[in-house]
Design a protein around this ligand. Structure first.
Ligand SMILES: O=C(O)[C@@H](O)C(=O)CO
Ligand SMILES: [Mg+2]
Length: 264
């Protein structure tokens, strides 16, 4: 059975942020992730993890001005210094939270005919981050995000593009973050791509499509996909990263169903 984590930026929004840890643990999650930890004190986050016996599964490197629409700075040639400072900041938090995975968002790049500078910058930045994180035993993940609905212009919008960056970077501790929701929109054929990419996957996230809501609300057959991950012997975390339709707890039927079938 996959190890399920809850993304606290999207789930349990009924509670103030620091109360979401307890709510996730009470709902049966063993791990948590969120987009960014930087607005909170490391000590407070570490205390919540310890109090509720939760694993900090992952969070993102600083990704620029999120409110202003930025979605990562790793591919931006004029932001290299800021990217590198961000890696140090993320490492500080990762140490305090004993977090073994950090995700890098490549960023938006709208000039498709002139993408070379973005790719070169991205690959150099990935190498910089990977080399800093490797001695700490931390994996750097690179997420492919759909450019059709959620992030028009995102540089790495297919698994092939993300793998091109990962291969070009050439570091063992850089792996793919495979988000079932984004890949369903861009590529489909989820089980076959999971089979092919499994050795390169460092983290999985999910939401149903369309709508980015809980499993069962859309077209993805999650029991089949989760069983497929077991058959592939995928050992990583699988994180719920969706907008609950009618309250987080009310939308956890997929988790309860899944746990029940494991007990039968
Ligand atoms: O899928 C997503 O959107 C996230 O994993 C993320 O970190 C950036 O929004
Ligand atoms: Mg994601």
């Amino acid at each position: 059975m996959p190890r399920f984590a809850a993304n606290l930026s999207l789930l349990f929004n009924e509670y103030p942020f620091l109360d979401r840890f307890g709510a996730a643990a009470a709902a049966g999650f063993e791990g948590v992730e969120y987009l960014f930890p930087y607005a909170w004190r490391r000590e407070d986050l570490a205390e919540k993890l310890q109090q509720h016996r939760l694993t900090q599964v992952l969070f993102n490197l600083p990704a620029g001005d999120w409110e202003a629409g930025e979605r990562g700075i790793a591919c931006l040639p004029d932001r290299i210094e800021e990217f590198r400072e961000g890696v140090f900041q993320a490492l500080d938090y990762a140490r305090a939270l004993d977090c073994r995975r950090l995700n890098c968002l490549a960023g938006l790049w709208h000039d498709v005919d002139q993408a070379r500078p973005a790719w070169d910058t991205l690959v150099e930045n990935l190498r910089f981050a990977a080399d800093l994180l490797a001695p700490e035993g931390i994996t750097l993940t690179v997420e492919a995000i759909n450019s059709r609905v959620d992030m028009p212009g995102f540089l790495l919008d297919t698994s092939a593009r993300a793998m091109t960056a990962i291969n070009a970077c050439g570091r063992d501790n850089v792996l793919l973050q495979y988000d079932l929701y984004h890949m369903q929109i861009m590529e489909g054929d989820l089980c076959r791509s999971l089979s092919r990419l499994c050795p390169h996957i460092g983290h999985i996230q999910f939401a149903d499509n369309p709508g980015r809501h809980e499993p069962g609300s859309g077209e993805i057959h999650f029991p089949v996909v989760f069983a497929h991950l077991d058959r592939l012997d995928y050992q990583g975390w699988v994180s719920a990263e969706y907008h609950p339709l009618a309250g987080t707890e009310a939308g956890l039927g997929w988790l309860h169903d899944f746990k029940e079938t494991q007990c039968e």
